[in-house]
Design a protein around this ligand. Structure first.
Ligand SMILES: C[S@@+](CC[C@H](N)C(=O)[O-])C[C@H]1O[C@@H](n2cnc3c(N)ncnc32)[C@H](O)[C@@H]1O
Length: 204
């Protein structure tokens, strides 16, 4: 007969991530922006939106516990090309532990170019963002998106997920960019859409 002991299971790494995420969210809900880490499916959908074969670095913003980071590596982004920016000290040190082969920078994405300068990173093919952009003021969004495109030049791709129905990059900030939804992930908490932004002249 099944009893409670037989269905009790050992806590998994995912349970640990959820607990950590919740504890960070309780301290700073707007800065963390989600109750739970992205699902592996959402990570894969984010990675599908970029061209992983390009030689320039890929920058991930707001790495969290590393769900999107892992998906980018599994999709074929070479570890030496991937740089992760994370502003929460505890999450940044978890990312360093989990991905010792990567460059993880503890810092604010609003200072993107200055954070990358000491690493000698002055160009990128894609910026993949897990930042809570929607809860950021327009000026902060603009500052982050402009620096991302300054880094990427003409053919860059900025990717952002959102839980809402609208573009997570505000209308004034995305002027001059082509915005498209590249995927929807129902098996995520909450369900999410992946948005891709590219310069209009590069996709015309
Ligand atoms: C919604 S969580 C996403 C985490 C992870 N990418 C995922 O998908 O599970 C947002 C992450 O962005 C980080 N973050 C928020 N504002 C930031 C900023 N200005 N600069 C860098 N990281 C930031 C938070 O600490 C948090 O880890």
């Amino acid at each position: 007969m099944r009893n409670f002991r037989s269905i009790r299971r050992k806590p998994s790494a995912a349970d640990g991530d959820l607990a950590l995420f919740l504890s960070r969210w309780i301290r700073a809900p707007l800065r963390i922006g989600a109750l739970a880490p992205s699902s592996p499916r959402l990570g894969r959908e984010m990675a599908k939106a970029i061209d992983v074969t390009r030689p320039e670095p890929v920058i991930e913003l707001g790495g969290g516990t590393g769900r999107i980071t892992r998906a980018l590596l599994e999709a074929g982004v070479a570890p030496e090309k991937l740089v992760v920016i994370e502003n929460d000290a505890e999450l940044a040190s978890l990312l360093r532990e989990r991905f010792p082969e990567l460059r993880v920078v503890k810092g604010d994405a609003r200072e993107l170019l200055a954070l990358l300068m000491p690493l000698g990173v002055v160009a990128a093919s894609a910026v993949v963002s897990g930042l809570p952009l929607l809860s950021m003021p327009h000026e902060t969004q603009r500052r982050i998106v402009e620096q991302a495109f300054a880094l990427m030049g003409r053919d860059g791709t900025f990717v952002q997920f959102t839980y809402g129905p609208m573009s997570p990059v505000g209308a004034r900030v995305r002027a001059g960019l082509k915005a498209e939804v590249t995927g929807r992930v129902w098996r995520n908490f909450p369900p999410a859409s992946v948005w891709r932004y590219r310069r209009r002249e590069s996709v015309a």
